[in-house]
Design a protein around this ligand. Structure first.
Ligand code: PMP
Length: 295
């Protein structure tokens, strides 16, 4: 992820990654009490653009608020810091990882002080570009009354890691998690869509992370005149679908070939998902205006 010359943003300064350290008595390290983001930057005709930078830093702030972590930065400051970070590391197509972590405090109380770091590295398509063979996980997503499901909290990802390793140990590419009532929820790091008779379906918000890619896909579907329904859907409804895909910042839009023994009948190239993948790939390379003042 980094080499000897990699630079990170740490509490307002740019420092060398391999000369940075952190305290061992952080609540983030012991309890998973911290929040993070996953963002992608793309090379465009007008230089590097951080895709949906505002949305990601707004969600970082919202995550902090939801779990009572103090956070003083503005989205604009962090967008600027991200562009500067990419430039300092000579990165263009890159994955950007901001992390808000707590300063030393071993009690289970709210933190007084936190640190923020942003790092970036080159990262190809997270789930590859082949269509995925999924398996329904034995783990369900955390119940929204146990945690703040809408916040991107470090500790929540133990659930994602367990589900991913279980799926891979059983010979699949990726997991599909249900919610605690048995309805379709999401992947360990991506949101789910499925197509039936030309209409798209996606689990509604409430038991899932509100994905920024999910929101982008909804906008693109609207532009392309594709009807989308949001609700609570069962695994049986997915089983009778024509096609399905996952979407997320790291994974982008990726087709699903099968869920357990059930293969989707439609050829990926003929699906609504493929159309949305093309529209998404085009959109991320367009030079959007960002909040940044400097770039
Ligand atoms: N669900 C989960 C559990 C995730 O970790 C992610 C990745 N952040 C997503 C969905 C997709 O979210 P986004 O499109 O904002 O990356």
């Amino acid at each position: 992820y980094y080499n000897n010359s990699s630079v990170i943003f740490l509490n307002g300064k740019f420092v060398k990654a391999n000369e940075s350290s952190t305290d061992l008595y952080s609540q983030t390290l012991h309890y998973g009490y911290g929040v993070f983001e996953g963002i992608r930057a793309y090379a465009t005709e007008n230089g590097t653009r951080v895709f949906k930078a505002k949305e990601h830093y707004d969600r970082l702030k919202k995550s902090c608020e939801l779990v009572n972590i103090p956070f003083d930065y503005t989205t604009a400051e962090l967008v600027d810091a991200t562009y500067e970070l990419l430039q300092k590391n000579n990165l263009s197509d890159a994955y950007v990882r901001p992390l808000v972590f707590c300063d030393p405090n071993m009690s289970l109380t709210k933190p007084n002080n936190v640190s923020i770091m942003i790092c970036a590295w080159e990262w190809g398509a997270y789930l590859g570009d082949k269509q995925l063979r999924l398996t329904v996980s034995s783990y369900c997503r955390p119940h929204p009354r146990s945690i703040k499901i809408e916040a991107k909290v470090c500790g929540h990802y133990v659930n994602s890691i367990l589900a991913t390793s279980e799926a891979k140990d059983n010979g699949y590419d990726e997991a599909l998690l249900l919610d605690s009532d048995g309805y379709l929820a999401e992947g360990p790091g991506a949101n789910l869509f499925f197509e039936k008779e030309g209409v798209l379906f996606t689990p509604k918000l409430g038991n899932i992370l509100p994905g920024i890619t999910r929101a982008t896909v909804l906008e693109l579907a609207d532009k392309l005149g594709i009807q989308v329904k949001q609700g609570l859907y069962t695994p049986e409804e997915l089983e009778s679908a024509d096609s399905a895909f996952y979407c997320g910042t790291a994974a982008e839009v990726i087709g699903i070939e099968s869920v357990d023994d059930n293969k989707f009948p439609k050829n990926w190239n003929d699906t609504v998902g493929k159309k949305l993948l093309e529209a998404y790939s085009q959109l991320v390379r367009e030079s959007e205006k960002t909040l940044s003042t400097k770039y």
